[in-house]
Design a protein around this ligand. Sequence first.
Ligand code: SF4
Length: 204
Amino acid sequence: MISSFMKIHASYSIPVSMIRQFCFCPRIFYFEEVLSLHPEKPLWVDQGVAYHFKEMSLFKRRSLKKFNLSDAIKHYELPMYSELLSIHGKADLLLETDEFIIPVEIKTQTSKPSRGQIYQLCAYGLIGELQFKKKCSKGFFLLKTKDKTFPVSLTEEVKNDVKKVINNIHQVACENILPDTSATTNQCNQCEYINFCNDRNFNY
Ligand code: SF4
């Protein structure tokens, strides 16, 4: 099989969403991007997309006064790309002030964001710093709970961790070998690639 990665590896750019997926399980990146396998998505993915659009249109009418960001320029669904970092994606929202850029992600969950989700948010901040030539030191999530905002401090440490994940993703892509994983049974049971991981030992 000639994978999409092999066809484009010379200028390969990682979709930002893969940073979150890679943190969940590196094999998802391998199956999706290196082997170009795309099994049917579970129903809740479509429901999540519908919720996302609804929240996005509601947010467009909201004031940012309570975040002290009423003067910020709102860039919705902004296509973003960094040649330096070799990543690209579309941020739900990027707020731009005179000095700063602040990425915002809209989520269907009520629980606090995972490490992978925070790294994805941070990746948009990293691209934004380069694209807008402004500093990014925080971002936030809008969660499904009514009016629930979850702020995240995007420190240099978090940014360096994200860069390490990006390097690890490139390494998996270059090696083109099924990566090891520490995914738990619980994670695998909610994963659409479960039929491709028959080496996993599940204790049902
Ligand atoms: S089934 Fe488990 S090991 Fe396989 S890709 Fe999904 S999470 Fe990873």
